[in-house]
Design a protein around this ligand. Structure first.
Ligand code: PMP
Ligand code: GLU
Length: 396
């Protein structure tokens, strides 16, 4: 009997990837598209990291690696956790995977039983909700808005927790809002977590793209440390998206389960990329810092340009590389007989009218918002802002 499984049919397509695909197809047709849809740094990989990869090939790092990762990489990650986050993980608490996306899926598969509740503050990263549903968990979404800088309150968290809560999952700095919880804000949430028994997944993949000091790690809070799973990876800070290396620091039982699952489905991550990641983690801090400074400059520039559009509600994100304006002032407006009924219509209109690809916020649980990635050159950002302004002005 032929046919695709219900499991696969019920899985939503990644909207970030879909929008990037559409932008790519239009570019191939010769259209002058500016893509602000995909969340990926536009920098080249630091030279020392490239050289480490070339050396790894010459040194014949071409065999299967241990499933949780090369021991030298686990040691480099252990040292990074200590150096940057003041966290002490044993080597058997660390598992390296094929990107943080894979790390997250391992974690959910390792912890969530059918019917377990998974709390997701919105905006959440697109894949969280699909991963939770794929594991037959029940997503429990906590809504926020631009007025509160897209952050949840302790009271909201308390109301969302129940005896069925298995896991709380968020990114800090946040994709897509760019918000970063401060130490004090996290401390208030921790007081609520203390009353629960769930796992807390802290996705810190944007850790290094933070404009106001250090990103606090949830595992720094002693009272909940033994149930925090810290997720991180090489994609964002080191601009190594295609190299596909992510990792976790986790309670031993969770790390062991993740390694077992990975041992059946993918084995250890790519050997050459693992070797290069050792050099990145140990020796590329200067490159990371230069990229952060460029992102900061772009954020200010893009914010300044978009602020000229009075109907857009903007806040000033303190991390990651996204703006997440509230565009609801445009709902119900029309141009040439075409009415904008929601954020999907608006993104489609912007794409067709101004050839700028964006990502609709409903994919992140925020139907009033649009995600704009500013991981793009200053020139392209200025041009994109100009085009968006002209297109939006047509809506009456
Ligand atoms: N978490 C967040 C919040 C992300 O934005 C991304 C997108 N890159 C990932 C995890 C996955 O990253 P990767 O698989 O490239 O390591
Ligand atoms: N995480 C990036 C984004 O949010 C890359 C795309 C993806 O992995 O979904 O756009």
């Amino acid at each position: 009997m032929l046919g695709i499984s219900d499991r696969a049919n019920n899985l939503g397509e990644s909207v970030t990837i879909k929008m990037a695909r559409i932008a790519g197809e239009l570019k191939e047709q010769g259209k002058d598209i500016i893509s602000l849809s995909l969340g990926e740094p536009d920098f080249n990989v630091p030279e020392i990291v490239k050289n480490a990869a070339k050396k790894a090939i010459d040194d014949n790092h071409s065999h299967y690696t241990p499933v949780p990762g090369y021991k030298d990489l686990l040691k480099a990650i252990q040292a990074k956790f200590k150096r940057d986050n003041d966290l002490n993980y044993d080597l058997d608490q660390i598992v390296v995977s094929t990107g943080a996306k894979h790390s997250l899926m391992n974690v959910l598969l390792s912890t969530v039983n059918p019917g377990d509740e998974v709390i997701l503050p919105a905006p959440y990263w697109v894949s969280y909700i699909e991963m939770a549903k794929f594991c037959e968990g029940t997503p429990v979404v906590i809504n926020t808005s631009i007025e509160t800088d897209f952050k949840i309150t302790p009271d909201q968290l308390e109301k969302a927790l129940s005896s069925k809560t298995k896991l709380f999952l968020f990114s800090n700095p946040c994709n897509p809002s760019g918000s970063v919880y401060t130490h004090d804000e996290l401390a208030e949430l921790v007081k609520v977590f203390e009353k629960s028994e769930c796992y807390i997944v802290s996705d810190e993949i944007y850790e290094y793209i933070n404009f106001e000091g250090k990103t606090p790690s949830l595992a720094n809070f002693a009272s909940i440390r033994d149930r925090v799973i810290t997720v991180n990876g090489m994609s964002k800070g080191y601009s190594m998206t295609g190299w596909r290396i992510g990792y976790i620091g986790a309670p031993k039982a969770v790390a062991k389960a993740c390694a077992k699952i990975q041992g059946q489905f993918t084995s250890g991550a790519n050997a050459v990329a693992q070797m290069a990641s050792i050099t990145a983690l140990n020796d590329a801090a200067d490159d990371v810092e230069s990229m952060r400074k460029v992102f900061l400059k772009r954020r200010d520039l893009f914010l300044e340009k978009l602020s000229e559009i009075k109907e857009l509600k903007l806040n000033k994100p303190t991390g990651a590389f996204y703006l997440f304006p509230d565009v609801s002032n445009y709902f119900g407006k029309s141009y040439e007989g075409r009415t904008i009924n929601g954020v999907g219509d608006l993104c489609e209109f912007i794409l067709e009218d101004s050839l700028v690809a964006t990502t609709p916020g409903d994919a992140f649980g925020c139907p009033n918002n649009v995600r704009l990635s500013y991981a793009n050159s200053e020139e392209q950002l200025i041009e994109a802002a100009k085009r968006i302004k002209e297109s939006l002005a047509k809506l009456k």
